[in-house]
Design a protein around this ligand. Structure first.
Ligand code: SF4
Ligand code: SF4
Length: 129
């Protein structure tokens, strides 16, 4: 506590994105805000309307969801996922929800993944159901 300031306490997370095929990026309804679309538009040098149409689809006429495309591992994934490297291709401009997730020391997807891998005795396996 030098200078009267508390040392930051390191947080140990119980998931490892580098061992996961970006499962969270395959979630069907990745909701984005107007600000997220603006950031993506800036990133690609597009106007808002073009980015909105190109990168999002509407749910119930009001909510913007990131568009998906067919995926090599799961049924589909966010259009911005690099399907070979399993990494985000717009990391600097990714939406707020992607920045926050999983917002905890645990990731539900990763817990399931590790459970299945332990059951199968295969550190690489990916349950796709
Ligand atoms: S599902 Fe969890 S472990 Fe996998 S990439 Fe997303 S946050 Fe990381
Ligand atoms: S924008 Fe990037 S981090 Fe967010 S879902 Fe798509 S690929 Fe994943």
């Amino acid at each position: 506590m030098k200078n009267g300031k508390a040392f930051p306490i390191p947080v140990r997370v119980k998931y490892a994105c580098e061992k996961c095929p970006a499962w969270c990026c395959t979630y069907d309804e990745i909701e984005v805000t107007r600000r997220d679309v603006e950031r993506l538009a800036r990133h690609f040098g597009l106007d808002f309307e073009t980015a909105e149409v190109r990168f999002t689809k509407m749910k119930q006429g009001t909510v913007h969801l990131l568009r998906h495309r067919k995926d090599k591992v799961f049924d589909s994934a966010c259009m911005f996922l690099d399907q070979d490297k399993r990494r985000c291709t717009v990391y600097e401009a990714r939406p707020g929800v992607c920045r926050k997730y999983p917002d905890s020391t645990r990731c539900g997807y990763y817990d399931f993944l590790t459970f299945e891998r332990e059951q199968q005795g295969d550190e690489e396996m990916v349950a796709v159901t």
